[in-house]
Design a protein around this ligand. Structure first.
Ligand code: SAM
Ligand code: DTB
Ligand code: SF4
Length: 329
């Protein structure tokens, strides 16, 4: 157990057993409770839309077992250095025209250097000037770096806990849970909004999923944005042949996240490309109210805009106005 996340520092309102008890509810009872909590805190049918761009791809020194961008695995990902500003701006404008309210830029770094941060800051300022919300995910931050990003106008920093403290060592060996908590504290202290979630479908148990949610809930305050990623199995990574997660267990994970962190915006994140529309519909019923919009996540595919437009139309969902979402945070 990492030093800053011992059992006594977990949110006392949500001991693991209480979270497991939610998971164990009859499906209809769980969904009713999640939907009720959802309506108390959020517009019932509005979904926030973010767009993702990989601004530096591959050759990452970390060894996250799920990730196609790690230099330790041979995958089809083509490395690319930091993307020049005009290309980033073209992508951001296209995303804005397609209806994205937030533009998230991801870089496959262990931790940015000051020079690399200078370049990302230019990207943030330019995207912000378009009137979009901004988010970046650059790996671990050193002291002062979160403050620099905040001063540039950054809104959110994404850095995931990924899994439970107990299971973490099965998945990542090159950075610790404490390292992640330290970066999250730096982000929080700088006044940035925190986007922090995890990944399921790694072959983990329900106890591990409950442990992830408990760890997220014990961040004080809990994150404004919680992405729940379903593993995209990429050939060449150690988890390429991980067993499929039961879609109903995925829906349960969304529902429990919604109940435990009622005000957060829960993102139905990676994994939608291989998810049936009815599973996605159940996720929205369970309290998911954000998605990644656009045909590409970082290196893997995401549903086409037409498919999402059709899903929204059939479910009566509407894009969440930026102001409404900011009000929740
Ligand atoms: N390199 C930065 C870091 O890890 O801090 C940021 C980018 S990293 C790709 C962001 C998150 O994407 C990971 O924490 C993980 O939850 C998710 N992710 C990465 N590969 C994935 C995959 N194959 N399937 C689903 N989610 C994935
Ligand atoms: C997050 O939790 N999920 C996004 C975003 N934060 C950066 C990334 C998903 C990546 C999926 C695998 C890929 O496309 O490379
Ligand atoms: Fe690197 Fe992030 Fe991928 Fe881990 S998840 S290997 S840190 S890009």
């Amino acid at each position: 157990m990492p030093s800053c996340l011992r059992h006594e520092t977990l949110d006392p309102a949500w001991p693991i057993q209480a979270i497991l008890d939610l998971f164990a509810l009859p499906f209809n009872d769980l969904l009713l409770q999640a939907q009720t909590v959802h309506r108390l805190h959020h517009p019932a049918n509005a979904v926030q839309q973010s767009s993702l761009l990989s601004i530096k791809t591959g050759a990452c020194p970390e060894d996250c077992a799920y990730c196609p961008q790690s230099s330790r695995y041979t995958t089809a990902v083509e490395q690319a250095p930091l993307m020049p500003l005009p290309q980033v701006l073209t992508a951001a404008k296209r995303a804005q025209e397609a209806g994205a309210q937030r533009f998230c830029m991801g870089a496959a770094w262990r931790s940015p250097t000051e020079r690399q941060l200078d370049d990302v800051i230019e990207h943030v300022q330019a995207v912000k000037a378009l009137g979009m919300e901004t988010c970046v995910t650059l790996g671990m931050l050193k002291p002062g770096q979160a403050e620099r990003l905040k001063a540039a106008g950054l809104d959110y920093y994404n850095h995931n806990l990924d899994t439970s403290p107990e299971y973490y060592g099965e998945i990542i060996h090159t950075r610790t849970y404490d390292d992640r908590l330290q970066t999250l504290q730096r982000v929080r202290d700088a006044g940035l909004k925190v986007c922090c979630g995890g990944i399921v479908g790694l072959g983990e148990s329900r106890e591990v999923r409950a442990g992830l949610i408990a760890a997220l809930a014990s961040l004080n305050p809990y994150p404004e944005s919680v992405p729940i990623n379903q593993l995209v199995k990429v050939p060449g990574t150690p988890l390429a042949d991980a067993p499929d997660l039961d879609p109903l267990e995925f829906v349960r994970t969304i529902a429990v996240t919604r109940i435990v962190m009622p005000k957060t915006v829960v993102r139905l994140s990676a994994g939608r490309e291989s998810m049936h529309d009815s599973t996605q519909a159940l996720c929205f019923m369970a309290g998911a109210n954000s998605i990644f919009h656009g045909e590409q996540l970082l290196t893997t595919p995401n549903p086409r805009a037409e498919a999402d437009a059709s899903l929204f139309q059939r479910l009566g969902l509407t894009p969440m106005p930026q102001a409404a979402e900011a009000h929740l945070a």
